[in-house]
Write a protein that binds this ligand. Structure first.
Ligand code: PEP
Length: 255
């Protein structure tokens, strides 16, 4: 199965940005700009506080909702956490898991990523599992080792069907929020490696069906070139998703 058989998926990770009124303005503008876009999945990931309102704004549109994180327990004495049933209730279809900022600042590990992925899948939501090496890993020639560790740790124990319900996002940490994008060749090299890992762990057929997004300073100017790579199936966009025009342009450049 070639890239053309995998529906491109463009997700906007708003991170710690946007009040409810700002989220409404951004989503309303985006909705108009991408109204005619078909053949691509469009996702926004607001903060928890804006999920319910954004969920209302996108009702009936071609935009889908993601959360930026989740906890694996369903309920109980876990102050400050939000569960998968709560995200489902508010209208989420996707949950971003293991973003490098969560690994770096909030102690996310491959084990917690794996627990979260399993919880998300058990409620029929779709995890976007983020993996990616730091600059020093790349410079020390350890990129594949780190990617192998993140991928195999994050998806441990998932059935083939569960794996296919999810998405993997390759986000080199040195390219996130730095304006320094991986070259299309660098992105393709790691995406190809991830697909090979999945082929070895599952099968050629499964590996060729799963979608792998690239993330790291994706902008309208570099989106088409990245998306033209055979194993790049979409983008996870941070900074450029905070402007409706630039995010919409990335969506259009993915087609
Ligand atoms: C991200 O947050 O996942 C990301 C890739 O950010 P940026 O596009 O700003 O580099």
């Amino acid at each position: 199965m070639g890239r053309t058989m995998r529906t491109p998926i463009i997700a906007g990770n708003w991170k710690l940005n946007n009040t409810i009124s700002e989220a409404v303005a951004l989503t309303t503008a985006l909705k108009d700009l991408v109204a005619d876009c078909t053949g691509v999945e469009i996702i926004v990931a607001p903060t928890f506080t804006a999920l319910a309102t954004v969920s209302d704004v996108i009702k009936g549109s071609n935009i889908r909702l993601a959360a930026q994180d989740v906890y694996w327990e369903e309920s109980g004495a876990f102050t400050g956490e939000v569960s998968v049933p709560m995200l489902k209730d508010v209208g989420c279809d996707y949950v971003i898991i293991g973003h490098s900022e969560r690994r770096q600042y909030f102690g996310e590990t491959n084990e917690s990523v794996n627990q979260k992925a399993k919880a998300v899948l058990s409620h029929d939501l779709q995890p976007i599992v983020c993996v990616g090496e730091q600059l020093e890993d790349r410079e020390a020639g350890r990129t594949e080792e780190v990617i192998n560790d993140h991928v195999t740790g994050g998806i441990a124990g998932l059935s083939a069907a569960q794996l296919l319900s999810g998405v993997i996002a390759y986000e080199p940490v040195w390219a996130i929020g730095t304006g320094k994008t991986a070259t299309p060749a660098q992105a393709q090299e790691v995406h190809g490696y991830i697909r090979k890992l999945l082929k070895d762990a599952y099968s050629d057929e499964i590996a060729s069906q799963i979608r792998i997004q690239y993330g790291g300073s994706v902008k309208p100017e570099n989106a088409a070139e990245l998306m033209a790579q055979p194993d790049v199936d979409g983008a996870l966009v941070g900074g450029a998703s905070l402007q409706a025009e630039s995010f919409a342009q990335i969506v259009k450049n993915a087609l």
